[in-house]
Design a protein around this ligand. Structure first.
Ligand code: KG4
Ligand code: ZN
Length: 339
């Protein structure tokens, strides 16, 4: 069985062809990074228009790279939740049209569940039950994942997402978008102990939540104080910049790792699966690897191209087909964030 999966939840237009054995026959991702760079964040209207331009070429390329014809597809899957409304609508409309034209089953998938399921595709072994940590530009959530569709949110951010805070702090430091990679690079030359930035909730073992907004404000005050400031014209000494970057990064990593360990402890589940772009962060990976190894647990982080937004995360549709959870043409885009 071959499934065409479509992903347009945020700012990547992606399509993939995956078999029911979880073999990835093709995976194509068209990034919109260059379109959003000058705004230092994703602009929903621009994202939706770019999906519209790129959706069909990306689907064609995925079919071509899989070395098949469109008519060889047995089912069409699409991430229909959560995400940006205009972006989601493009993928959902394309998937519905194809499913109708080809007369094939249509499967709507939850993008967040797909992020965790990407670990099952990457490691080709059952991952459930596990603690699922999704850390991206839009999400920072810890789940108790009992099965592919039974996710219980244990906690998450009460304000900014982890990746969003990287992007915003990088922008304050005059580093290019996306901020995660540029800030971590800058942090390599810095002292992570130079500034004692806050680590909200870290010592509160009663909750598994994050808050990155206050941390971002603390960095802002350190850089420029509370008054109005034009960050673009601010000149910051290179060493000071690196020290701020390293101290900020360490604070985020301490929170992410601390709460993941607490989730393992509270649920007694020894396996952790991570998805989302922030999983690329080296300091985070090393810290989490070490802590989980100390506890004798198992950490699964898919290779980077499967951690960031891509259509392989639609492989979870295979589980839905097996469970008889097929949708009809009334499938709708559901933008709302579900934690
Ligand atoms: O999952 P993703 O590609 O897209 C969504 O947000 O859905 O994640 C992108 C986020 C951005 O905020 C980016 O700054 C962050 O992941 N990111 C990183 C790193 N690489 C990407 N954050 C910290 N360190 C990194 N090395
Ligand atoms: Zn995502």
């Amino acid at each position: 069985m071959k499934i065409l999966t479509i992903e347009t939840t945020c700012d990547e237009t992606a399509a993939a062809v995956i078999t029911d054995e979880l073999d990835v026959l093709s995976s194509v991702v068209a990034s919109q990074e260059e379109l959003h760079q000058r705004f230092a964040g994703v602009v929903p209207e621009i994202a939706a228009r770019a999906h519209l331009e790129r959706c069909l070429p990306v689907i064609h390329e995925a079919i071509h790279k899989a070395n098949i014809e469109l008519s060889d597809i047995d089912a069409v899957a699409v991430a229909h939740m959560p995400g940006l409304a205009g972006s989601l609508l493009v993928g959902v409309t394309a998937a519905k049209t194809l499913a109708w034209l080809l007369d094939r089953p249509l499967i709507g998938i939850n993008h967040l569940q797909g992020h965790i399921y990407a670990c099952q595709v990457a490691f080709k072994k059952p991952i459930f039950p596990c603690i699922g940590l999704i850390i991206s530009g839009g999400h920072s959530t810890i789940y108790h994942c009992r099965s592919p569709f039974d996710f219980d949110p244990l906690g998450g951010t009460i304000d900014d997402a982890a990746g969003e805070s990287f992007d915003k702090v990088a922008s304050m430091l005059g580093l290019p978008y996306p901020g995660g990679p540029s800030l971590s690079k800058c942090a390599l030359n810095g002292d992570p102990k130079a500034f004692a930035f806050p680590r909200p909730f870290l010592n509160d073992s009663s909750r598994l939540d994050f808050s990155f907004s206050g941390l971002k404000t603390a960095v802002r005050y350190e850089i420029a104080g509370p008054g109005a400031v034009d960050f673009k014209s601010l000149i910051i000494d290179d060493q000071r910049k690196a020290d701020i970057a390293a101290s900020f990064e360490q604070a985020v990593v301490d929170c992410l790792v601390g709460k993941t360990m607490l989730a393992m402890q509270k649920t007694a589940i020894p396996r952790v699966c991570v998805g989302g772009g922030v999983a690329a962060n080296r300091r985070f990976r090393e810290a989490l690897e070490n802590r989980i190894a100390e506890e004798g647990g198992e950490l699964l982080i898919a290779p980077m191209h499967l951690c960031t937004d891509n259509a392989v995360l639609g492989a979870i549709a295979i589980e839905k087909i097996k469970a008889g959870q097929v949708d009809d043409l009334s499938l709708d885009a559901v933008p709302g964030l579900i934690r």
